[in-house]
Design a protein around this ligand. Structure first.
Ligand code: NAI
Ligand code: MG
Length: 335
């Protein structure tokens, strides 16, 4: 049995985590869920959006499945998601996008995994006004280091090897950003030499955006810096049905957090309408991460089978006439 910290989160969080734990249980996953709280609910209960015993549990067990957390807009506490990524140095954000049966999309045969550097680039928050009085001139700083670049690019190649993938595409803008993007590209070329069996190519980001729409089937593993990865990973989700049907992982050297990319959906909370699919795909990634790969594959197959009868069993957001419960039961029956 593997101990995994489970944070249900806010809004639809408890409905979709209930669904996911039921399905994993049915599939025979060897997981002991260690339930902890975080987010707005935790804040209201204990005055702290990340209670100390949640941090302690993550410290101890190092693997987390997390539902969506409500972040108050404007004032109030800062994003728990960002805080957890920083505290546990979860430097790679991994987002697979794979064509799903019976999900509307003009794009076919998409099967790519995007590795986004999660801690640097333009997202470090170093921005300032140059003319503080008039506020007509702002500047921002992008940071790229050899160490962080090597880590994310190596993670992409290691994933390619472990999952029998053939090609890594590095995305950059080194023609213009000669130092920051140039460094990332140089390190990619160096790291690629250690993996002679994996094909390596690099593409400039604007060309990449076009190619992803023209010929998405040609991409396998993609690795890039923070800002480009943010944009391209949502683009990739859009190719296969959107954020509601794609999972995500944040992985570091010695901790990993799996989460859905959508939010807490307060408009439908408590109505048995929430689609557990995104969190379920994240939990499939979790199972692969803790080496329960056969169970992951069995769940994936059961999901695909359920999607074929989407109208009957699935939730309205993807065109079904079912509920959270009918979807959960159907996936369990198909395992
Ligand atoms: P949202 O993703 O919660 O909702 C946007 C729309 O998508 C809503 O109409 C909602 O009903 C629908 N939706 C989302 N997930 C769904 C699901 N699983 N099944 C069916 N429909 C679904 O985004 P919104 O409204 O901007 O944010 C609400 C709260 O969530 C905010 O407090 C925000 O900060 C937080 N949030 C948290 C994230 C996280 O924990 N990773 C990510 C994004 C937002
Ligand atoms: Mg984003």
């Amino acid at each position: 049995m593997k101990d995994v910290v489970l944070i249900a989160g806010d809004g639809i969080g408890s409905e979709i985590t209930d669904s996911v734990t039921k399905i994993l249980d049915k599939a025979g996953a060897e997981i002991n869920w260690v339930e902890r709280s975080a987010g707005l609910g935790a804040h209201e209960e204990s005055g702290n959006p990340i209670p100390a015993d949640t941090i302690e549990a993550i410290d101890e067990h190092r693997v987390v499945l997390k539902g969506p957390l409500t972040t108050p807009v404007g004032s109030g506490f800062r994003s728990v998601n960002v805080a957890l990524r920083q505290k546990f140095e979860l430097f790679s954000n991994i987002r697979p996008a794979r064509t799903l049966p019976n999900i509307d999309s003009p794009f076919k045969n998409v099967d790519m995994v995007i590795f986004r550097e999660n801690t640097q680039g333009l997202y470090i928050g170093k921005e300032q006004w140059i003319d503080d009085d008039t506020k007509t001139h702002a500047e921002g700083i992008a940071v790229v280091t050899e160490e962080a670049s090597k880590k994310i690019i190596t993670a992409a190649f290691e994933y390619a090897l472990a999952n029998d993938r053939k090609k890594v595409t590095l995305v950059h803008k080194a023609n213009i950003l000669k130092l920051t993007s140039g460094l990332f590209l140089d390190i990619g070329r160096e790291v690629a030499k250690n993996y002679p069996d994996v094909e390596f190519e690099d593409l400039i980001v604007d060309n990449m955006a076009m190619q992803m729409v023209m010929r998405p089937e040609r991409f396998d593993i993609v690795v890039t810096t923070n800002l480009f990865g943010d944009i391209l990973s949502d683009l990739a989700s859009g190719l296969v049905g959107g954020l509601g049907v794609t999972g995500a992982a944040n992985i570091g050297d010695d901790a990993a957090m799996f989460e859905a990319v959508h939010g807490s959906a307060p408009d439908i909370a408590g109505q048995n309408k929430a689609n557990p699919l995104a969190l379920l795909f994240s939990s499939v990634m979790l199972l692969e991460h803790i080496n329960q790969k056969q169970i992951a594959e069995n769940i994936r197959k059961a999901i695909y089978k359920t999607l074929v009868e989407k109208k009957v069993y699935c939730t309205p957001d993807i065109g079904g006439e079912g509920t959270t419960s009918t979807f959960t039961q159907a996936v369990c029956d198909n395992i």
